[in-house]
Write a protein that binds this ligand. Structure first.
Ligand SMILES: Nc1ncnc2c1ncn2[C@@H]1O[C@H](COP(=O)(O)OP(=O)(O)OP(=O)(O)O)[C@@H](O)[C@H]1O
Length: 969
């Protein structure tokens, strides 16, 4: 070894000493100062466990003078090195003697770590390489964001999430019928957007009563931690930031934020701050609340329109993604529905009259769709219409071929898909119905006619129709001033008896008003000592959640939950099978919302609705109307709302004000007939097209199947088992697919990603995860797995290793160099390039002549044959083989560069094919469907250009090396 004063060396035996400097050299000894550790060592020159440190062009170094610079070339002077390059801060040319290098420089490249004896056990190398491969597979997977949610694989939900989540700017209305899983669809879309990097900041705007439920659903199903922001939180954020209120938005402190609709429309102070913050995606639940007052206000910018509508409109305009959820898009009128479509796409939906006109043609299109679905030849009229609708030359040819061909299957699918693309609300609205999605429980209803005590008023108890005259209890003001109605009203005693007869059964009771709910709750306790609790708008969110939890608990809990109308929206009570409607709303959508609390995915029994009413009361009339005109208790009726609107005046006169029985029967019959007509229209009409678009058909089944196959693979379980072993995480088998984890006493790092201090149970089986909520569902998308893969691919752990290969046929001392290279880009996540060019690992296995044996000897089988070498032996081997290793590394770099060129070309091809196809499709579609925005097309074109540039600039770098030395077998 040629030592000279001022040279930099490291100790192979004690690599924690940092970068050493030779301070004295005599004939036999050399003295080295390690300033970072404040230690000096003397070594015999011929046995010094030292490794010379030399840097090369391209590396970034720190100088003792506290600046960084990039080495451009290296000169030698009197046996020491001078690094010439440019400062990273000022760009100035610098010349730095090696003695002036920072003592703390980390030698963490694979080669530096190998030569300085700072290598890892062979298992780390394997885990690291596999981590790169898994990460690349995940990033390029079509199912990214869909696999990791703790949800049952329900085709229509996954289809919607897949279709919408992949869009650059999802602007959609999720309008599945009550309880079909819109929250889950929205969660999947958010999850997919976040995991793929399309969105980073998400805002949820929800009714106050649903805040906590969403918070819990997002966390337990998607591992997404949302934070509720209200006055208190905003104020606290400002105080923490210590800034003037105008200078900073409190909303910038978190990425995933949840606010209530009530707060948004109420609190002017924070509205401005909310708009100052940049959002990628805004999701609004129960979006039928977001409605302009009336048609004229929408068209007149100066009118006072509803606060909430204005706020959502403003946020929606400056946010690229907007997802609205409602089970009852028409609940507050058809114009409201139009106005929400307008929020999503103001260019496409700018004229209400035109929209109505378009809707009237949907029936014709739907008839064509029906013919295509059943693969029947089109009538001449249908042929003419379809050719007119799909009027580009290739589609017209498809229509002709369809008519002429005997095997119509494939062409039918193409034409349906074109039709969906180009007409109606196809691209922005999704609506599934129970009729289309099978497997829901039955619904039954039982009326309980009760005789009112003499003199007891039988006034209206309906929401909305006569609010000024109705009292909470449903009886008139004058009456309740003098008497406690709940002592007289036979419905209360009936409810007591019902609960006593059904001990052990959970019962959800819904009435219109908070006051009524509270009185019923008191009465149940006073009369029979029954355990019930209330849920109404007068309670704080925490009180409501506590009440819902008290009702949901299995032991020591409330048998009944008495809700005011707010309990009828969004909440999950499907663990109960009995619903008591203490009064009836006059709005059929509201009735459906109420029943929808129990009639939801996850309901295991028939939903039993019980309706106690007073004989000869308006409620009796309403019951008969719902039952006989629409069968609305036992079936979802999407048309009842329209009938209710058409007959609004008669309903008020005849049903609510209780005119003659004959007149009532006539009205009920007229509504029934009208409902049948509308149902027929709907059956023939637009819903067919909408449902075709929403359920996803075969594509949806295929997505489920693919996720199912991923679930069945044991690869993740095996990989994570090895990871936990290596890191020292304590594992205890709980069941075949479940493991209890605890931080181990000798864990490699103090911190292991997402491992809870007190331990946690993880499971690899979807069914178990769904039934046992205390277990964490492990998937490739679980934060622990993502954290582990990130940790293994970004740090230095495993990037350098030495091991032995005992082998009978190979000559001892033969060396192999296993090298892993990574092709990567620095493209922004929003470009979505990882779908085509994820960080791709290239594995090479070079023999001593530089031949690549990687294809012949797979990593898994090689791993099984390798043994770790003792540290002293490894050091000797490295010292002896340093030159050979250097030559092999150079050769591997040349081979990797060739591979990288192929990978980049392939990625470019894939990207161009995919994006060009989409661009062509959108450009063609835009000619016939203004729903395609210019912005989308420009964006796609720009993405293509930038993607080409980024792919061309992708770098290949050495990520890890493993020196393998053959020993006698
Ligand atoms: N894929 C799924 N896996 C497991 N549970 C599900 C799934 N989809 C829906 N659920 C459960 O079914 C119930 C209804 O789902 P969700 O709340 O998403 O419906 P919704 O359409 O939003 O209802 P609403 O119209 O009442 O707001 C919830 O309890 C939800 O957790």
């Amino acid at each position: 070894m040629n030592f000279a004063i001022g040279q930099r060396w490291v100790s192979q035996a004690e690599n924690n000493l940092g970068l050493g400097t030779i301070i004295q050299v005599d004939t036999r000894f050399v003295q080295v100062l390690f300033p970072a550790a404040d230690e000096t060592r003397n070594y015999a020159q011929d046995q010094a466990p030292l490794m010379r440190v030399e840097f090369s062009a391209g590396e970034t170094l720190s100088s003792l003078e506290e600046f960084k610079f990039v080495v451009e070339h290296v000169e030698e002077m009197q046996n020491t090195l001078i690094y010439k390059g440019k400062r990273t801060d000022t760009g100035e040319d610098v010349s730095v003697k090696e003695i002036m290098l920072d003592h703390h420089i980390k030698l963490n490249t694979p080669e530096a770590r190998l030569y300085t004896g700072n290598f890892d056990r062979s298992q780390w190398f394997s885990l690291r390489m596999e981590a790169h491969q898994h990460k690349a597979e995940l990033e390029s997977s079509n199912l990214q964001g869909l696999q990791g949610a703790r949800v049952s694989l329900i085709p229509h939900q996954l289809f919607i999430a897949d279709t919408v989540g992949k869009r650059f700017a999802p602007r959609v209305l999720l309008a599945d019928e009550v309880g079909l899983g819109k929250t889950i669809e929205a969660g999947l879309i958010i999850h997919q957007q976040l995991i793929s990097g399309r969105s980073q900041r998400v805002l949820l705007v929800l009714p106050e009563s649903l805040q906590h439920q969403w918070l819990v659903e997002m966390l337990r199903r998607f591992n997404l931690h949302f934070s509720i922001f209200d006055d208190q939180r905003c104020q606290a954020e400002l105080e923490t930031a210590g800034e003037e209120e105008d200078a900073v938005s409190p909303f910038d402190s978190e990425q995933l934020i949840l606010i209530s609709q009530e707060w948004l429309s109420r609190d002017e102070k924070w509205q401005k701050a909310l708009l100052q913050s940049q959002w990628d995606l805004v999701v609004v639940d129960e979006a039928h609340h977001i409605t302009p007052e009336n048609e004229s206000t929408l068209n007149n910018a100066h009118s006072e329109i509803q606060q909430l509508y204005t706020h959502v409109q403003t946020i929606g305009q400056q946010t690229k993604g907007l997802v609205l959820l409602t089970a009852t898009p028409d609940q507050l009128g058809h114009f409201g529905h139009f106005s929400r479509l307008q929020l999503l796409d103001p260019n496409r939906f700018h004229d209400y009259e035109k929209f109505k006109q378009e809707e009237s043609h949907y029936q014709q299109i739907a008839e064509i769709a029906n013919a295509l679905v059943s693969e029947q030849a089109l009538s001449s009229e249908q042929y003419k219409v379809l050719s007119g609708l799909l009027n580009d030359s290739s589609s017209i040819k498809n229509v002709d071929d369809y008519q002429a061909s005997s095997d119509k299957t494939e062409l039918a699918q193409t034409l349906i898909s074109d039709l969906l693309d180009r007409h109606g609300t196809g691209r922005i609205m999704f609506r599934n119905s129970r009729q289309g999605i099978k497997g829901f429980p039955e619904r039954s209803v039982t009326p309980y006619p009760l005789t009112a005590p003499e003199g007891y008023p039988n006034g209206t108890t309906f929401m909305g129709l006569q609010p000024e005259t109705q009292h909470d209890s449903g009886v008139t003001e004058s009456f309740t001033e003098n008497n406690a109605w709940w002592n007289l009203d036979p419905r209360v005693q009936w409810l007591c008896n019902f609960l006593l007869e059904n001990k052990g059964e959970k019962v959800l009771v819904i009435c219109a008003h908070a006051e009524t709910a509270m009185k019923i709750d008191d009465a149940l306790f006073e009369k029979e000592g029954l355990k019930s609790t209330v849920f109404h708008e007068g309670m704080t969110i925490i009180e409501r959640d506590k009440a819902a939890a008290y009702f949901a608990d299995e032991e020591n809990s409330a048998q009944a939950l008495i809700c005011s109308e707010i309990g009828s929206e969004g909440r999950n009570f499907q663990f109960a099978h009995h619903l008591v409607l203490f009064d009836l709303p006059a709005n059929p959508d509201l009735l459906e919302q109420r029943i929808g609390r129990l009639d939801r995915i996850g309901q295991t029994e028939t939903v039993k609705t019980h309706v106690p009413y007073l004989i000869n009361s308006a409620q009796e009339n309403l019951f008969n109307w719902f039952q006989n005109s629409f069968n609305a208790f036992e079936q979802t009726s999407t048309t009842a709302r329209i009938v209710a609107e058409e007959f609004k005046q008669q309903i008020s006169d005849v049903l609510l004000n209780r005119s003659e029985q004959d007149t009532q029967a006539d009205l009920i019959n007229a509504c029934h007939v009208r409902n049948l007509e509308l149902k027929q229209d709907v059956e023939n009409g637009r819903d067919r097209l909408l449902e075709l678009n929403s359920s996803g058909g075969e594509k949806a089944k295929q997505i489920c199947q693919e996720i199912d196959e991923m679930d069945d693979s044991t690869e993740l379980m095996t990989y994570m088992g090895r990871v936990w072993d290596q890191f020292g995480v304590q594992q205890e088998e709980k069941a075949t697919f479940s493991t209890i984890l605890h931080p181990g006493e000798h864990m490699l790092n103090d911190h292991f990603p997402s491992l809870l201090e007190d331990g946690m149970t993880v499971c690899f089986d979807r069914e178990t995860a769904l039934s046992q909520e205390d277990q964490h569902f492990m998937s490739w998308e679980h934060p622990m797995v993502i954290g582990v893969l990130d940790m293994l691919t970004s740090g230095e752990l495993g990037n350098s290793s030495v091991c032995l290969l005992p082998h009978k046929q190979l000559a001892p001392g033969t060396i192999l160099l296993e090298a892993s290279f990574v092709v990567s880009t620095t493209a922004p996540k929003s470009l979505q390039l990882h779908r085509f060019l994820p960080n791709t690992a290239i594995r090479l296995l070079l023999d001593k002549n530089g031949n690549n044996l990687a294809d012949k000897v797979k990593q898994g089988s090689l791993d099984k044959m390798l043994k770790n070498a003792k540290k002293t032996m490894s050091l000797q081997l490295i010292k002896a083989l340093k030159e050979e290793i250097g030559v092999l590394v150079e050769k591997s770099e040349a081979i990797a560069a060739t591979h990288a060129t192929e990978i980049k070309l392939d990625a470019k091809d894939k990207m161009l094919t995919n994006r060009q196809q989409e661009l062509n499709r959108l450009t063609a579609l835009q000619k016939v469907n203004p729903a395609i925005r210019d912005e989308e097309i420009n964006f796609l074109q720009q993405q293509i250009d930038n993607s080409v540039k980024e792919i061309e600039m992708a770098q290949v770098s050495l990520d890890a090396i493993r020196l393998i030395v053959v020993t006698q077998g």
